[in-house]
Design a protein. Structure first.
Length: 318
C-alpha cells in the first residue's frame, strides 16, 4: 500500500515538473516574440519619425531657398523670395559700380545718377518653384549661384550721359595706336631692333562697352574691367611685332651689318657700327650700300695709309 502511494506521488511530481517545463518554454517563446515586437515597434517609430522629419523639411523648401544658394551675390539660404527682394531693393539704393579701363584711373557710377531701381518680377519665385524639394538632403550640400538680370532697371539716357563723362570714353586724352616698326641698330647684338607696337587705349566699340557696363549694373556687380571684356572694344595697331613684312625688312638690314672686314695692316675694322650708316634705298626701293660712302671710305684709307707719290721725311742714322 505504501509503495503504491509512493508511485502515485512520483507520478504527480513528474507531471508537475513536465507542466512547469512546458510553461517555461511557452513563456520563453512569448518573451522572445514580445522582444522582437518591441524592436520592430521602436524601429518603426524611428523610421516613421525620420520620414515625418524628411517630409516636413521638404515642405519647408516650398517657401525658402536651399542652403548655399546665392542670387546676384546675395546669400539666399533659408530665405523667402520676399526677403531677397527686400535685400535687392536695399542694394539698389546704395549701389555703386567701379569701372576700370585701360591706362586710366578707376571711376564710379552711382545708382542715384542713373535711376537704378528694383522691379518686382517672378524670377525669384520661379527659382524657388524650380527647386526639387525631395532632393533637399543633396541640394543642401551644393553651392548654387544664380544671376538674375531682370530684377533691376535703370534709365538708359542717364547711363549714356554718365558713361560719356568717363575718362575711358575721352578720345582727346587717349593714346592712339602705333604700329611696330624697325628701330635703330643695336651694337651689342649687332642687329636692328623691332620696336613693339602700342595698341593705345581708344575705345572703338563704345556701344558694346556701355552694354557691358549696363549688364554689370543690372546684376549689381561691384566692378567691371573693360580691358578684360571678351569683345575687342579697344583700338589695336595694324602692324604687330610678328608681322612678316617687318621681319623681312629687318633681315635685309641685318644682312648688311653682319659683314665684317678687318684691315690688319691698318688696324681698322669695318663692321656693322659703320655699315649701318651706309645703308640706303634707291629709287626702285632696293636696299644697298651707298657708293658715295664706300668711295669716301676708300679715299680716307688712301689719304692716311697710301704713301705712293707723296714726300716722306727720311731720317738717317749713323
Amino acid at each position: 500500500m505504501s509503495d503504491n502511494n509512493n508511485l502515485k506521488l512520483n507520478d504527480e511530481l513528474a507531471n508537475k515538473i513536465e507542466s512547469m517545463s512546458e510553461n517555461s518554454i511557452r513563456n520563453e517563446k512569448g518573451n522572445k516574440k514580445n522582444y522582437l515586437w518591441i524592436v520592430f515597434v521602436i524601429v518603426g517609430v524611428i523610421i516613421a519619425g525620420l520620414l515625418v522629419f524628411y517630409i516636413i523639411k521638404a515642405q519647408k523648401y516650398k517657401e525658402v531657398y536651399f542652403p548655399k544658394t546665392y542670387i546676384n551675390g546675395i546669400d539666399a539660404s533659408a530665405k523667402t523670395p520676399d526677403e531677397i527682394r527686400e535685400e535687392i531693393k536695399n542694394q539698389c539704393s546704395d549701389f555703386t559700380i567701379r569701372i576700370y579701363s585701360k591706362g586710366r584711373e578707376p571711376q564710379e557710377i552711382h545708382a542715384s545718377d542713373i535711376g537704378l531701381h528694383y522691379v518686382a518680377g517672378t524670377e525669384l519665385d520661379d527659382l524657388l518653384n524650380n527647386q526639387n524639394i525631395w532632393l533637399w538632403p543633396i541640394e543642401s550640400q551644393k553651392e548654387k549661384y544664380k544671376d538674375i538680370s531682370t530684377v533691376t532697371e535703370l534709365n538708359d539716357s542717364l547711363l549714356e550721359k554718365e558713361c560719356s563723362k568717363l575718362s575711358a570714353f575721352d578720345d582727346s586724352s587717349a593714346v592712339s595706336p602705333a604700329d611696330a616698326y624697325l628701330g635703330e641698330y643695336d651694337e651689342s647684338s649687332n642687329e636692328y631692333q623691332i620696336v613693339k607696337e602700342n595698341d593705345g587705349n581708344i575705345v572703338v566699340n563704345k556701344p558694346y562697352a556701355v552694354s557691358a557696363i549696363k549688364e554689370a549694373i543690372l546684376t549689381l556687380k561691384p566692378d567691371i574691367d573693360l580691358e578684360k571684356s571678351p569683345a575687342d572694344i579697344y583700338s589695336k595697331a595694324n602692324i604687330r611685332t610678328a608681322n612678316k613684312e617687318l621681319a623681312e625688312e629687318k633681315e635685309k638690314y641685318d644682312s648688311f651689318v653682319r659683314a665684317k672686314v678687318i684691315y690688319p695692316d691698318y688696324d681698322i675694322v669695318l663692321d656693322g657700327n659703320t655699315l649701318q650708316d651706309w645703308i640706303i634705298e634707291d629709287d626702285l626701293g632696293v636696299m644697298k650700300l651707298s657708293e658715295d660712302k664706300i668711295r669716301n671710305f676708300v679715299t680716307m684709307l688712301a689719304s692716311v695709309y697710301d704713301t705712293k707719290n707723296t714726300s716722306r721725311k727720311l731720317v738717317t742714322q749713323y
